[in-house]
Ligand binder design. Structure first.
Ligand code: FE2
Ligand code: FE2
Length: 125
C-alpha cells in the first residue's frame, strides 16, 4: 500500500505543493499549499473511516485530498484535470496499482463538484 507519507516525501510532490500555492497566490487566490492539502487529507481520511471504508481506501482518500490542487502549477483553470494527470505520473513511479491510481485520479478530478459555467466555483476549492 502506498501511503500519504510516501507521497508527501516524493521530491516532485514537494515542488508541486509549493508551487501550487505560489502561482495562484500571485493572482489573489487563497492558500492552496501544504496547509490546505493537509487539512483536506485529514478530513477526507476521517470521513471515509467514519463511513467504514478499509484502510487502503482511507489512505487513497488522504492522498487524493493532499494533492488535489497540484494542477495549479499548470493552470488555475482546469486545475482538477491537471492535478489528476500529474498524480497519475508520480503515483505510477511509486508503483501504485492502476486500480488505486484511477481511484485517486477520479477523486482529484472531481473535487470541484459544480461545473456550472456561470459560477466561479474554483475560488476556494
Ligand atoms: Fe481545487
Ligand atoms: Fe482545494
Amino acid at each position: 500500500m502506498i501511503t500519504l507519507e510516501q507521497v508527501k516525501y516524493n521530491p516532485d510532490v514537494t515542488v508541486y505543493i509549493k508551487k501550487a500555492n505560489e502561482f495562484p497566490g500571485v493572482i489573489g487566490y487563497t492558500e492552496h499549499g501544504e496547509r490546505h492539502g493537509n487539512y483536506v487529507a485529514k478530513n477526507t481520511r476521517k470521513i471515509l473511516r467514519e463511513l467504514g471504508y478499509n484502510a487502503n481506501t482511507c489512505e487513497l482518500a488522504a492522498i487524493a485530498g493532499y494533492i488535489h490542487d497540484i494542477g495549479n502549477v499548470v493552470s488555475r483553470h482546469s486545475h482538477p484535470e491537471h492535478s489528476a494527470h500529474l498524480a497519475s505520473q508520480f503515483l505510477k513511479e511509486l508503483d501504485m496499482s492502476v486500480e488505486d491510481r484511477v481511484l485517486v485520479m477520479s477523486a482529484v478530478r472531481n473535487h470541484v463538484a459544480n461545473e456550472c459555467p456561470e459560477q466561479d466555483n474554483h475560488a476556494y476549492a
